[in-house]
Unconditional design. Sequence first.
Length: 181
Amino acid sequence: MHELTDRELYQALEYARSLDQNTGRRILEQFQLDQFALTQTIFGILPAIIAEQNQDMANLFMDLCFDVICVYQKAFGPMPLQKDMDPDWLEKQAMLLDAELQSLMTDKHMDEKVREKLQDRLRQRSLDETGQAGLVSFMNAAIDDFASENPVRVPAIKTTQTMIFVVIRLFNNLYSRARGQ
């Protein structure tokens, strides 16, 4: 998989933002059919972690995840089907992320130094493995802009940006694996 050029990224984001509500709903319904387990993770588990800090940021995260779905479909083609993948693929991805994701859950008792180290490791691995720096930068800017509108959102910036890294990384891994790369 290649990193999107600025032009490809702009066109894909423009496509995502130009969709009407019915088309958007159909895309989400098809995504759920094609990737049921990934849908549950992206729109169920990950926003719940963010919502522990701020519900507005969790809602933004889900909107940005829709943009990510559209960007990947526009730039790299149809969503790979879950039934065509290794049935344990998502579980293996989750196991790799488990300790780092645990560090983001505020209700989990953890030494603060360990928590911070795991969060930093998750961010760094996500940056190193994502390969879509332009998309990550765009998403981070959108998160920063949204959070700046209301100070109660600011504490959730780091978690929201980390989660969007995770989503982009999962999509990159999904599309790469489906294409045998």
